[in-house]
Ligand binder design. Sequence first.
Ligand code: GRF
Length: 244
Amino acid sequence: MTGAAGGEDRRPRVAVLISGRGSNMAALLEAAADPSYPARIALVLSNRAGAAGLARAEAAGIPVAVVESRGHKGDRAGFEAAMQAVLEAHRIGMIALAGFMRVLTEDFTRRWEGRMLNIHPSLLPAFPGLDTHARALAAGVRLHGCTVHLVSAGVDEGPILAQAAVPVLPGDDEAALAARVLEQEHRLYPAALAWMARWLGGYGEGRLPAMARIAAGATAMLAPATGALANPLPSLAALPTEKA
Ligand code: GRF
């Protein structure tokens, strides 16, 4: 394969793993459509044949594959072996989980250690798992957001690469808050993947440093680029003096 300049394209080949809608996948595809983006989306893989994101990927001309997790009920190792075969067939070097709703085994996460990212709709380590927006509202947090992290064996526990925060506003319901976070997800994930791809470029197929070192690099280099986006407090003078 050749790059834009006609030379060998050495950018990492990324597989985006989805289970459903695929809006983060679409944001990654859009960013990666720019030939100067430092990663290539070489595959979209879904564990559900009916995932809406598959049609979007196909329309964008990206190779797609389905490895049905349903066909491997109770056999996570078999499901992952089937996925691994597809990833190898497409010469994948990095994985971006984007709404992929299967918990991965320690074997699989170890195999992809330092080369697999996930986006999670909360400011981890708060609210790992499901229903993050409802739980954030119930907890009364004033800031919520999203996190891109390296994937480790513990669900939503891997080292954090980048976060974006949004305010929780009076009157928010789950849908309003989810939409505000999702807008930031679509900004954050392409930026974090780009950083990671550039960073990995220096290592090729070789052994990577520990995940904690990768994350420390991301903190130093990515945070200024993405911004913390926290809702800044107004000056004290602008605060209402009346009791609400
Ligand atoms: C996103 O909120 C993502 O953070 C979470 O699952 C959702 C997937 O949405 N992991 P989409 O399929 O990318 O639209």
